[in-house]
Write a protein that binds this ligand. Structure first.
Ligand code: ZN
Length: 260
């Protein structure tokens, strides 16, 4: 399942939404927008510094509109060796869109990210983890290598698509999402730390994949970035835990799958 010498995997992912979702729904509410802006202004720089400190590389799912609005920090993500993957254009809920509307979103999202990052995104995560019935086939059509939105497994797997195409799924879960724990359930950093390390412990024993999903405006607050700092220290003690970017795990799974 994993590269030689590794028994389980951990992917640190950050959904760089900034204020896109609020801007789409209520562009005239400055306070609502400001919470997302905090992610770009304060949260993201803190995350980048923390990852540098631990010499770890991560995956950032970025909305096309966000890449256009914050080109410098988006380029900085790339410059520091992380992966920029796609996360809608303006944080659309794909399950609410017609085929034509969704295709337009895919087109705008890819064009925006490519124009800022000078490379096409290979990974995708659906905003709100919501798909339409067409989403998977759009991922095939636009040549994505992987998706990270579904919840039906705890190891990566390959999805066969129309036209003989395949993509890797890197499954997620709400328990590993900072937004759910902090903003919905109002957990403390200590409670979230406890929850996440028990997931990592169990995944290490079972040989599965842990995909942490975090948001700069949420995990990037001072008390919460410390929890992430502590969690990274804890995870690094597991010498056989593969801490990798999503793209690297996806490529590994695809190459293994073609050998099978
Ligand atoms: Zn999002």
């Amino acid at each position: 399942m994993w590269p030689k010498g590794k028994v389980a995997a951990l992917i640190l992912t950050f959904d760089f939404d900034a204020e896109s979702a609020e801007y789409r729904k209520c562009p005239d509410k400055p306070v609502k927008l400001s919470k997302g802006i905090y992610g770009a202004k304060k949260g993201l720089p803190r995350i980048l510094d923390l990852l540098d400190k631990h010499q770890l590389k991560a995956t950032f799912f970025v909305c096309g509109w966000v890449a256009e609005k914050y080109p410098e920090i988006t380029k900085e993500i790339m410059k520091r060796g992380h992966e920029v993957a796609a996360h809608g254009y303006l944080h659309e809920n794909l399950s609410e869109l017609s085929y034509q509307e969704e295709e337009k979103v895919f087109h705008k999202m890819i064009t925006a990210i490519e124009s800022i990052c000078k490379t096409k995104p290979k990974g995708f995560r659906a905003p709100y983890w919501e798909f339409s019935k067409n989403t998977l086939n759009f991922l095939g059509k636009y040549e994505f290598l992987y998706d990270s939105s579904l919840m039906d497994d705890d190891v990566p797997y390959v999805i066969e698509l129309e036209g003989n195409k395949k993509i890797v799924e890197l499954p997620v879960e709400w328990v590993l999402d900072d937004w759910q724990l902090f903003e919905v359930h109002r957990k403390t950093p200590a409670q979230v730390y406890e929850t996440w390390i028990s997931e990592i412990d169990a995944a290490y024993e079972e040989g599965t994949l842990t995909v942490l999903t975090m948001h700069p405006q949420c995990i990037g607050r001072p008390s919460r970035i410390r929890l992430l700092d502590d969690l990274i220290v804890y995870a690094k003690r597991y010498k056989k835990l593969w801490i990798a970017k999503a793209i690297d795990v996806a490529k590994w799974v695809l190459s293994n799958n073609s050998k099978a």
